[in-house]
Design a protein around this ligand. Sequence first.
Ligand SMILES: [Ca+2]
Ligand SMILES: [Ca+2]
Length: 111
Amino acid sequence: MFINGHGYLLQRVVEQQLCQQLNARQIDFQQLLERLASSVPVNTDPELLKVSFQAFDQDRNGKITRDEIRSLLRNLEDRPTEQDIDDMIRLLDTNQDGEIDYDEFVKMMTS
Ligand SMILES: [Ca+2]
Ligand SMILES: [Ca+2]
């Protein structure tokens, strides 16, 4: 199994995405992590949920595809395998249409 579960993985993605956004305001990664550590969990903050969904949905069509997940996770230090990506999609894609929409994403993050 890949790191400590998908919630943790998604949180890492959110951190990375927020870091990129905050870089423009001269906040470094260490400060960002401290800020995140002292703030509410990602899954209770609607703004963070939106940011994290948009981090995955790179073409902004409202659906996350396997390719989008793969290209985003490739940037993380803990590189997932194809099996990890399969597991993640299976977990998220509750209506099993092969893509993850915002409702499915939110349901997973807040459950
Ligand atoms: Ca998309
Ligand atoms: Ca779906």
